[in-house]
Design a protein around this ligand. Structure first.
Ligand code: HEM
Length: 81
């Protein structure tokens, strides 16, 4: 059972700037990745997904299909859709 709060897509979409915080979704999870952005090996490209889903970008950049990437993402989980 999950103890994460449920967020609407509208709420996620509001978080797409460094000021408001940068949230993304992945497989029904909501992640606040604001503090990860400066550590991202792929640089500012990560901001293309701000406020939306990672899936379309991660299917283009297959380097993300590795366990260690999902482990990083999991550290930033704040809720569920
Ligand atoms: C590389 C994490 C979102 C583009 C990487 C790597 C990690 C990572 C750990 C290095 C993987 C490795 O070499 O083993 C993440 C996380 C994301 C995210 C946690 C979301 C929270 C994105 C998005 C894009 C992107 C949305 C593109 C729009 C890239 C690119 C690289 C990369 C191009 C390759 C960089 C290089 O090796 O030169 N990412 N990423 N990433 N990422 Fe992301």
């Amino acid at each position: 059972q999950s103890s994460f709060p449920i967020y609407s897509q509208d709420e996620v979409t509001k978080h797409k700037s460094l000021n408001e915080g940068v949230w993304v979704t992945y497989k029904g999870g909501v992640y606040d990745i604001t503090t990860f952005i400066s550590m991202h090996p792929g640089g500012d490209k990560i901001l293309l997904a701000a406020g939306g889903a990672l899936e379309p970008f991660w299917s283009l950049y297959a380097v993300h299909g590795q366990d260690h990437v999902l482990e990083i993402l999991s550290e930033y989980k704040v809720g569920e859709l």
